[in-house]
Ligand binder design. Structure first.
Ligand code: MRU
Length: 349
């Protein structure tokens, strides 16, 4: 991808700047994050979004917030850090990366042996930077593991945005696409629009187009017909949480795509870094699914598609059962069934 494509997160001299993704692709605007409440609102409103990106943003954001508390006595500082981290963590429940990144910082604060707030703060910043750098490397690793799946002239369907905008690097589902494109391979990507918030049209199709990748946009209800036409050779999506038995939470609509893929005998892959694998949760029924405001379903971008009185449902994610997943692409390798055993073998250490 081109080096001038906007990154989701900028960390500059102790300042956290987030690209407001709700305004993409028409306006590229960064907002400086100055408080826990602002960061909570940015994550909740999907200004920053995508599992890895919200983990990175939360880690930096906690550093920004704790820098404002640097005058506290050490023990008080440690207690305040837990309060602020738990508050930021409550902004969105489904992506495990948010909790994972904040836990890394909490654990450093809890075990820091020198009672020196300034030194702890510096250590927290270096950990947040490490989370960011690691994610970049994990994305590349995912791409390398999945590169062989992309054959010349193949058609790949994706859903939502598991791209550069959702991570610190070249995305998860998009990572093999960026690498294959850089190698000169020809293939086509079909990006589902992803109602209600249109991550497919606003983000995925835009970022792939900017990279020069052949991308076609379709509305979600066109997925079946597109598969039936023979245009799709595989599906690759991202995920917000993979649990121990291989069930996978991802953007609402992913489950439908997986069921369709099974019907048409099309492999369905899920790409994610190890930070998205949650072996503590036994199965998908235990994943908390975010429920969002019904106005997102009643219209889009201030345009109403119905009247305010109409009842709605608006789960932000669904859970695809492991039996529909052909493989989970991680930076360590592609895991296939039986997931209970194989995920544990890959990630236990
Ligand atoms: O609500 P969003 O836009 O944060 O949902 C994002 C997704 O569902 C992505 O597929 C997932 O977080 C993986 S991002 C690499």
């Amino acid at each position: 991808m081109s080096s001038d494509f906007p990154t989701a997160i900028r960390w500059e001299k102790g300042e956290l700047w987030l690209l407001d993704q709700t305004r993409l692709p028409h306006s590229v605007n960064y907002e400086k994050q100055e408080s826990a409440q602002q960061l909570f609102d940015s994550i909740h409103a999907l200004k920053v979004r995508g599992a890895p990106a919200i983990g990175i943003a939360a880690a930096y954001g906690l550093c920004v917030v704790m820098a404002q508390h640097r005058h506290l006595a050490f023990a008080e500082f440690q207690r305040e850090l837990i309060t602020q981290a738990d508050f930021i963590n409550s902004s969105r429940p489904t992506a495990v990366n948010l909790q994972w990144a904040l836990e890394r910082l909490k654990s450093i604060a809890a075990t820091f042996t020198e009672p020196d707030t300034a030194k702890l703060l510096a250590r927290l910043v270096s950990e947040a930077e490490a989370i960011h750098d690691e994610d970049k490397a994990l994305c590349k690793g995912i791409g390398e593991q999945a590169l062989a799946l992309i054959t010349d002239d193949c058609g790949i369907m994706t859903h939502c945005n598991a791209g550069a905008l959702a991570t610190g690097g070249i995305g998860t589902a998009t990572a093999p696409m960026y690498l294959a494109h850089a190698n000169g391979q020809k293939f086509r990507v079909f990006s589902n629009e992803t109602r209600p918030l249109l991550q497919g049209s606003r983000l995925t199709s835009w970022e792939l187009h900017c990279a020069g990748i052949d991308v076609t946009l379709l509305t979600d209800n066109m997925a079946a017909q597109t598969m039936a036409s023979g245009a799709i050779d595989m599906v690759i999506v991202g995920t917000d949480r993979v649990v121990a038995n291989g069930d996978v939470a991802n953007k609402i609509g992913t489950l439908g795509v997986a069921i369709l893929a099974r019907h048409y005998n099309i492999p369905f892959y899920v790409a994610c870094p190890s930070s998205t694998v949650d072996l503590q949760t036994a199965n998908g029924s235990l994943i908390p699914i975010e429920q969002r405001n019904g106005d997102e379903v009643r219209g889009f971008g201030g345009q109403k598609a119905t009247i305010d009185e109409i009842k709605t449902i608006n789960p932000a994610f669904d859970v695809t059962p492991a039996e529909l997943v052909s493989g989970i692409i991680t930076e360590k390798g592609i895991v296939s069934a039986p997931y209970n055993e194989n995920l544990k073998a890959l990630f236990a250490h």
